[in-house]
Ligand binder design. Structure first.
Ligand SMILES: *Cc1c(COP(=O)(O)O)cnc(C)c1O
Length: 386
């Protein structure tokens, strides 16, 4: 029997129109930040209903620039979750801050907002919730806490473009949101990210930080009497995280197609819920009780201790059957740097550790066919029993 084709855990959906836009961009002679980036940002402002949506190199740089923009100082504490991609914590460290972790809820895998208040100290500056897998954190509770303690809120929305919380799209309200456009994410520009905010001062800081601290408007008035000669002024020392027109060429078409992508993901998740219920030792995620629209960036059940096979064996067995999976994520506090530097250890966050030990991401992306999904479901049942 011929081997069945490989089913990746995720793959981007790139339309012919997007490919044409990229080749048009290549032929135009303008590859870096320019008219297509401007168009993509205008589309984002419209999509999020926000006055400021700034595209940048990737979400890691986006998070870091936001932390810089809010003035994180050495020793400042930022409260976040151990169950996230390590970029969330690394950016806090790279900005000079200290990540202070709070355990997660067992069902949503999101930071347990009820436990956040106890982690607040005199040094706390910001709360950094992550909407895991596209499942929204209870933002009313987060913003109430932030207001009470005068803290900034930086939402890591890397998984959550299109997610709605109580009828409102993430990015349409609140303090500041950072989105990722990495190829595995719900919307991709190859690499890329965006910062969305309603605050002009913060947006201004990002604008400067993402391009060398250059102020063009100030340039001609400082260095020449005549505008339009390309004079510029550097108003702060900064790095470079600007967004290319080549990336925007993809983004323009991805954003237009996003609702359809997310509907497909929702249908895939719904079918997994229907067909994987009752597999012994496999716990499916539990969406929150408040009104929301999930964007299903990941469909990630947990293999419990005592299941017929453990998580790693399930991943290996699925791979033998030409089915790809992902591991999102090993809890961040278990990485050697975080143990060594902040003294975290196994036992600190039991809910996150249970998930970290058992979680795997099953194939979930708009190109996954029903036939492929049936193959995944059959394989999981065959390996785990039930
Ligand atoms: C992907 C991801 C990031 C980083 O995004 P990049 O665009 O790859 O830099 C940050 N946080 C979370 C939770 C992510 O999944």
């Amino acid at each position: 029997m011929p081997a069945e084709k490989f089913i990746p855990f995720s793959r981007p959906t790139i339309s012919n129109a997007a490919i044409k836009e990229v080749t048009d961009c290549l032929r135009s002679g303008w590859l870096t930040t320019g008219p297509r980036a401007a168009k993509f940002e205008a589309m984002m402002r419209d999509y999020f209903g926000a006055p400021h949506a700034l595209a940048c190199l990737n979400a890691t740089m986006g998070l870091w620039m936001v932390l810089k923009a809010i003035g994180i100082q050495p020793g400042d504490e930022v409260i976040t979750t151990p169950l996230t991609f390590v970029a969330t914590l690394n950016t806090i460290v790279m900005a000079g801050g200290k990540p202070v972790l709070v355990d997660v809820e067992p069902g949503t895998y999101n930071i347990d907002v009820k436990k956040m208040a106890a982690a607040i100290t005199k040094k706390t500056r910001a709360l950094m919730p992550v909407h895991f897998a596209g499942c929204p954190v209870d933002m009313d509770a987060v913003y109430a806490l932030a207001k009470k303690h005068k803290l900034r809120v930086i939402e890591d929305c890397a998984h959550a473009i299109g997610t709605k919380y109580k009828g409102q799209r993430l990015g349409s309200f609140g303090d500041v949101q950072v989105f990722s456009y990495h190829p595995n994410k719900n919307l991709t520009t190859g690499e890329g990210g965006a910062i969305v905010t309603r605050e002009a001062k913060l947006a201004r800081s990002i604008e400067l930080q993402r391009f060398h601290g250059i102020d063009k408007a100030n340039g001609w008035s400082r260095h020449s009497k005549i505008p339009g000669l390309g004079h510029y002024d550097v108003v702060e020392a900064a790095l470079k995280s600007n967004f290319m027109d080549l990336q925007a060429a993809l983004g323009i078409h991805q954003l237009a197609a996003l609702e359809g992508f997310n509907l497909k993901r929702r249908a895939i998740a719904g079918y997994y819920f229907k067909k994987l219920r009752g597999v012994p030792g496999l716990t499916l995620p539990t969406p929150p009780k408040f009104a929301h629209t999930h964007s299903w960036h990941l469909f990630a059940p947990v293999v419990e201790r005592g299941a017929r096979v453990d998580r790693d064996t399930l991943m290996v067995e699925l791979k033998k059957r030409n089915i790809g999976t992902g591991l999102h994520y090993t809890a961040c506090h278990l990485h050697s740097f975080y143990e060594k530097t902040f003294g975290y250890r196994r036992g600190n966050f039991p809910a996150a550790e249970r998930i970290s030990d058992g979680i795997l991401s099953l194939p979930c992306c708009p190109t996954l066919t029903r036939r492929d999904q049936d193959r995944v479901i059959r394989a999981v049942r065959e390996i785990m029993g039930g």
